[in-house]
Design a protein around this ligand. Structure first.
Ligand SMILES: [Zn+2]
Length: 255
């Protein structure tokens, strides 16, 4: 697959030139691509054009003190890992949940944010939503969709799990506990059904991957409606014996 072909596919899918695009990706699903993961990044940039802003997650383990210039991402895939290292790409400074962005709105998206919640209104994901951005899932499902964590933060869901994160406080190493709406995220995939029912999810091929594209505002609106009728809609049912969702459920009595 050539970069030019990828650009055509991204445009056909509905990636908006001049827009803000938050991308979650599995390069393994997209490949083979001319130029590898950097070719894919180039195609995303070309599809957005010089007025567009490209955003990717750059989250880290929290096991070491975060340095936006050197700390590798964890579990974000090779495309996101290479993206923040490219010249001209900014990286936000959250100790565990940083994002990287390139383009005219990158500085605004990467501004400092509160530690918790990591994906609240005042976070890179919240700013992508506020700026009318789109969310592209490239070879991954909504279980990787951080915009749904933003919906949980806006809805103030009653569960919260804290994770340790090492920080440097004036030269002294300290472990901070960061509260997140953490669970297995498998039920985030319900968003497929909700968005399709409203015709708010474009789907098609990008390379060998199946891609999903939606407006962040549509994702948030439909998730907030569902959370209003069932605040626990994203947690596996107790009979599923999902360890991560059981921990989230156990937090209900204490939070
Ligand atoms: Zn679960």
């Amino acid at each position: 697959m050539t970069v030019r072909q990828l650009v055509e596919q991204l445009k056909a899918l509905g990636a908006r030139e001049g827009g803000v695009l938050l991308v979650h990706t599995s390069f393994r699903a997209v490949r083979p691509v001319e130029g590898g993961p950097l070719g894919l990044i180039g195609a995303l940039r070309q599809a957005l054009g010089p007025e567009g802003t490209l955003v990717m997650p750059a989250m880290t383990s929290g096991d070491t003190v975060f340095d936006p210039r050197s700390t590798p991402t964890q579990g974000m895939g090779i495309t996101a890992e290479l993206f923040w290292r490219q010249p001209g790409v900014l990286r936000s400074t959250h100790a565990g949940s940083s994002f990287a962005a390139e383009g005219p709105l990158a500085e605004r998206i990467c501004q400092p944010q509160p530690l918790s919640p990591p994906h609240g209104r005042d976070s890179p994901v919240g700013r992508v939503h506020h700026l009318g951005g789109q969310v592209l899932l490239l070879g991954v499902t909504h279980s990787e969709d951080t915009t749904l964590h933003l919906a949980e933060a806006i809805a103030r869901v009653p569960y919260s799990v804290s994770h340790p994160c090492l920080v440097d406080a004036d030269g002294e190493l300290r472990t901070l506990m960061i509260a997140e709406t953490d669970h297995c995220c498998a039920r985030f995939r319900l968003a497929d059904t909700w968005l399709r029912a409203r015709g708010q999810q474009r789907e098609g091929p990008v390379g060998n991957a199946r891609a999903r594209l939606s407006a962040a505002r549509d994702v948030i609106a439909v998730a907030l409606e569902q959370l209003a009728s069932d605040p626990l809609v994203f947690l596996c049912l107790p009979e599923a014996h999902c360890e991560e969702c059981d921990i989230a459920r156990a937090s209900l009595s204490t939070s």
